[in-house]
Structures are given as structure tokens and as C-alpha cells.
Design a protein around this ligand. Sequence first.
Ligand code: PMP
Length: 306
Amino acid sequence: MAFHGSKYCWLNGEIIETKDALVSAMEPIYLGIFEGIKAYVEGDVLDKGRMNIFRWKPHADRLWQSAAVCGLKIPYAKDDLLDATRKTISANGFETNIYIQPRIWPRAEAPEKVHVLIPAWTFETILGKENDRFSKPRRFMVSSWRRIACDALPPQSKTWANYANSALALREAARLHYDGAIFLDNRGFVSEGTGACIMTVRHGKVITPPVAASILESVTRETLLRILPDELCIPVEVRDITRTELYASDEAFLCGTGWEITPITSVDDLTLGEEYPGPITKQIAEYYAEILAGKITKHIDLLTHT
Ligand code: PMP
């Protein structure tokens, strides 16, 4: 996915040029937190003034949860940050879908206070118009790094420090010529990807690991768990998945804000199922793309207009 940084960002109450967002080299960044949110152009026709932020509220709630876990106090209300996000979008005049990443970290000169930054990037959506990017084969491996244990770092908080775990797994995957990595948790059960949750498909049922498998409480996962049984008649099960079951899956895909719905071709060179992308993954990805584009009227409330 190609991401391009935007010209303007919001820092501590003001819109400024991203190149001027300078902070001290002494910042204690290891306790920083962030959130990853996307906003989509509505429908197929560009209306510059109109973008839809996907699931603003659960993202804002999780940002506040991450702050509480790390003992950081956010000096704004959630609505202030929504307003700041709208200002960032409007200042940049985006013409494509965007990724927004509110970042909060203690200040070097006063660690009880924080910096709040809202940068944004434009990106191409994974599904793409002709589904070509979606169908590209993706070979994954089970990482030799375990997903952070919940008594070592807080997996349900988007704390930057957690992402050293992801970066090491991704680096290992790249070194071994895989496209990505799947973590096992410290008990040896399937946990998640390096920045997305995992769902497997076996015998027509979607199965995904529970929160206690050291996963992030993914907004996308929660959305799919509600929508799949009710609207696509696909049964879902939340339970531990063994490594063997992962290898024996008919289909598997990652789900998350950044990765959207990304199918997995093989794990440790064992091909999953007979078709790629699998029919259920395809059906889910297409429906999810319609929701993101604001085409499913009953899900319009998942989108916040800018
Ligand atoms: N797990 C991790 C570690 C992540 O960073 C993300 C991305 N936020 C996810 C799962 C997916 O969560 P969401 O659907 O809320 O983006």
C-alpha cells in the first residue's frame, strides 16, 4: 500500500505545515500512543468537501483507553480531536482516501503534559478498482517472535513500544522473502498479524482468536463480527486457533484499518484452500468496501462526515 504524507498537520491546537512540526530531540517517545483511522471519499464521485471518517467513536474511545493505560492525560475532549481531524482534512484539500494517525506522547520539558499531533497520509485502497491489488498472492509465515504477552506490555493499547514486536516480525518476514507474518501468543495459539487481526475460514465458518490471545481490540474485527452473521449469513466463532488449524484453513485474511481485508495465500508455504482469494474472503471484502464507500445505507452511521 503506497502512503504519501500530507502537507499540513495539526499540532497542539494549530494547523501547521508538516515540515514545521518540530519537537525536542529529548522527547521520551517510548511511552507514546497513537490511533490509526481512515477517511474515505464518498461513493465514486469526488466531492472535495465530503469525506467519511470510518468509526470515529470507537477509535477515539480506544485512544483514550490507550492513554489511561499509559498514565497519559489528554488535554482535549474527544469532540475537540474530531474538530482537529476535520481541520486537518480541510487544510489539505484531499482528493483521495486518507489514513490519519493521532499521536500523543509526553513532553520532554514537562512529562506530565503531552504533545498531540494529527498527521495524515493519502493511500490507495487495498481492494482497488479492478481487484488486482486484492488478488496479488500474499505468502505469510508464522513469526519466530511471539506476540507480546499481556503481562509484559499492554496488547489492547496502541502503545508505540508494542510495535517494536511487529517491526521485528516484519523484518524477519522480509529477510526470509515472505510478504508478512502471523504471531502466535505466548501460549502458542494464533494471535494476530503485525498490524491487523486474523480471521480464518473453515467449513464455511469464520473463526478469529479472542482478546485474551494478546490481540488488539480491533475496530474492524468488531464490525465484522456483528455484520457477518446478520447480513452475510456467515457464522462466526471467537475462540483459540491452533497452528495446525491455521495451516488447515480453507481461507484466511487479515482485517484492520490499514490492511482493510487482505487475503492470505499461504502460511509457511502451505497453500490455504483451492481458490485465491477464497470465495468467503471475497464476499466479505466486497461488502466491507461498499460500507466504507458509504453505499450501504443502513451503515451510514458508521461514518462521520467531514
Ligand atoms: N492489531 C494491531 C496490532 C494493530 O495495530 C491493528 C491496527 N490498528 C489491528 C490489530 C487492527 O485494528 P483496527 O481494526 O482497529 O484497525
